[in-house]
Each structure stands twice: as C-alpha cells, then as structure tokens.
Design a protein around this ligand. Sequence first.
Ligand SMILES: *Cc1c(COP(=O)(O)O)cnc(C)c1O
Length: 456
Amino acid sequence: MTRIDTTPTPPEETERFRAYTTAHLDELTARGGLDEVQRLETRAVATVLPFRVNDYVIEELIDWDNVPDDPMYRLTFPQPDMLPAEDVSRMAGLLQQGATRKELNAAANEIRAKLNPHPAGQMTLNKPTDDSEPLDGVQHKYAETVLFFPKQGQTCHAYCTYCFRWAQFVGDPELKIATGDIDRLVHYLQDHPEVTSVLITGGDPMIMKEGVLDRYIEPLLRLEQLESIRIGSKALGYWPQRFLTDDDADDTLRLFERVVAAGKNLAFMAHFSHPTEMATDPLDDAVDRIQNTGAVIRTQAPLIRTINDDPRIWETMWRTQVRAGMVPYYMFVERDTGPQDYFAVPLAQAYEIFTDAYRNVSGLARTVRGPSMSATPGKVCVDGITEVAGEKVFVLSLIQARDPQLVNQPFFAKYDDEAVWLFDLEPALGATHFPYEDTPPSDVSVLLETDTHQDA
Ligand SMILES: *Cc1c(COP(=O)(O)O)cnc(C)c1O
C-alpha cells in the first residue's frame, strides 16, 4: 500500500551561517572520537594552517561515524601528519605550556615559511603594471583572462585542507593578493583589449555580500570587450544557502541576471571535491536557482590523495554534474604549496585515474580536461603515457601558456612513476630542454632561470 504523506511541509528554516574556528576544534574532534593525543596534534597543526568550518559542513557533509577517514572531514579538518613530526611536537609543546598567542604565532610563522606559501613567480611574474605601477590584487598571465582578487572576498565559508592559497588566510598581510580598486582594473582592461574574460576569485567571492559584489561586477558590464565574467567559488559545496536563504540570496541572483542581460556569459566556476557535496537537497535547489539566472555552472577540483584519488569518485562527480546541467571543466594536479607531499598524487597515477573515469562517461562529460598542472609556463596537461622508439614517456601539452605559440603542441618527458609535478620531469627522446624553455618571455627570463617551473 502506498501511503501518501499529507502533512504540510513546515516553513523552511532559515539557517544562519555560523563558522567554527580553532577555538571549537577540540570539541569537534572529540565528537569524531579522536583521543587526547590526536586532538592535541590536530590543534597543533591548526596553529600553522588555517581552519574554518560551518554548521552545514559539520551536520550535512561529514559522516562523524567515519572520522578521521571520512573524506569531508579530511577535506576540512587538519590532519596530524600534514606537517613534519618535529613541527607538530613543537607546536603541541607550546600549546601544552600555555604559550602566549605571540609565541604561538612566531613559531607558526617559522613553520609556514618552510611551506612555500607563494610558489615561485606568483607574487612577481603574473602581476601586471599600469603606468609602470604594479597592480595589486590582479594577475594577468594568459592574454585573454585576468584574475581579480577583491579584498572583501579573501576568506571562504569553510577552508579546504589542501588549499594552495592558504597564505591568503594566515600570516603576513604583505603577502596577500587583494585589492578594493575596481577602477584601476577597468582602466587596465581598457588598455588591454585582448582580455575577454575576468575571473573573480579569492578566497571565495561568494563570501561577499551582494552589495559589495555588485560594486565590483557592475563596472565590468559596460566593457564591450568582455565576453564572460567568471566567479570561482566553493559556496555551492560549503554553503548553498548563499543562494537560497541568506538575506541577499535573491539580490545575488538578480545580479547574475544583470550580467547575462548585459550580453555576457556568467560562468560560475564551482569547486566540488567529492560527490558528497552534491548529494544534498539545498545543493540541488541552489544549482537550479543559479541556472535559472542564465548563468552556466562549470566545475573543477584538484585530485587529492585520501580525499578523491579514485576514478569512481570522479566518474560519479562528472555524471552528477552533467545530470544537473553543470559542465565538467578541469581536473587539477595538486599545487606544490603547503603540505603538498601529503596530498600529492603522482602524475602517472593521476593520468590513470582521469582516464579510467573519462572512459566511462558520455561525451557530454568529456568537456573536462586534465590532469592539469598550473605551472610557470602554463597549464600543463598529462595527455598520455606511451612508448616512442622504445622509450617510455609522458605525452604532455600546454592547455594555456605564457607563450601562446606553445598551446596545444605535444611534447615529451621521461616516464617517472614517482614524479608529482612538472619540476620532477626531464625531457625525453634526446631533447635537452622542454619547448617552453626555448622562448622564455624576455622580461621574466632571469626569474625563470632561478625558479623551478612552479606557480599560479
Ligand atoms: C587557469 C587560469 C586562468 C584561466 O584559464 P582558462 O583555461 O581560460 O580557464 C587564468 N589565469 C590563470 C593564472 C590561471 O591559472
């Protein structure tokens, strides 16, 4: 017998955003059943790397019976083995002694400095200038796209443990990439008609209230040259209420509509790390509402050891996204910043995971590209592993390049099953250098010689 539920749906609860930080960490890890030593070590790591979660992540996404192995837990909570053991015991010791905030910060800063907070080049190579003054909070690396970091958008609804931009949240404010100056960006764009896309990023731009977001977006709508405005955000995963019940949810959707009405593509670049983030009702509703504005949701995420290093996870994500009308866009290789050793998946394995997932999905999901490394010369994609004239090689190409001539030209590196990043690779088949080492842009050639092919 089918029972029809006739009870009226209760009025929708307006969930208010509430963040948890290190002050709540002990209570939360206790809920996960961690013992006292593990809890202290977790707090020790959290003095060095940023930590922030919210009610939705805690109640809807994390499976507390499965902590510490649960992927959503690992995605948001620091792990004791993310830092070298001696650094963890140093911070744990300071915490136990009741060290002052100042002492803790001094020690934490020393440890952070060892973690490559800004991979070579990010603070210098990609920073554009106007009238010979550097433009803060802007990165212009590829001709057609400019990255913009609004200063009010430099935090997130929750922090990912693998975040390559963790230096945006802790430590030296001088090292932060951010600006409040939209007029300078507009002038810069007018001087650079080749730019057709502005990517607003962070942190997470969706942490900004609609009124602030509007002040950044509205001036861009008058620029005829812009074909698209992109918003890079994890809010769909961590706080879909941003588009449903937050005070400014409706106004935000109207702003999205204005972008579309201005004849531009609003590309909502959603960051989903795991299918669990797409398995809630609020997520479905938020996706519908964003799509109803005419915006297109494209999806991307890095491949992360112990969180999503399984082809079935990617297959599930891409299928779920296509079903909801989202467009799979990039699978990234984890950046060489922060505890990269901890999260790194070797390139050979990344290629196998990508291919295993890719071969099982329909062509509609094969809009995805990867695994891709955002390195100094550009976005380097691992296209294949094969043998040429008896030598086992990686087939690579640049999806995006500082030097546009190099885009989509295959090149080869010696196969190495342990290599995790571009700088681990060597040219193959008798070549003495990689193609991008032939023609470094003249203004950055000195820097390129001294760094190790890593960056934004
Ligand atoms: C990835 C990236 C872009 C955007 O590249 P698309 O291929 O157009 O998505 C722009 N700037 C930087 C620095 C990037 O890393």
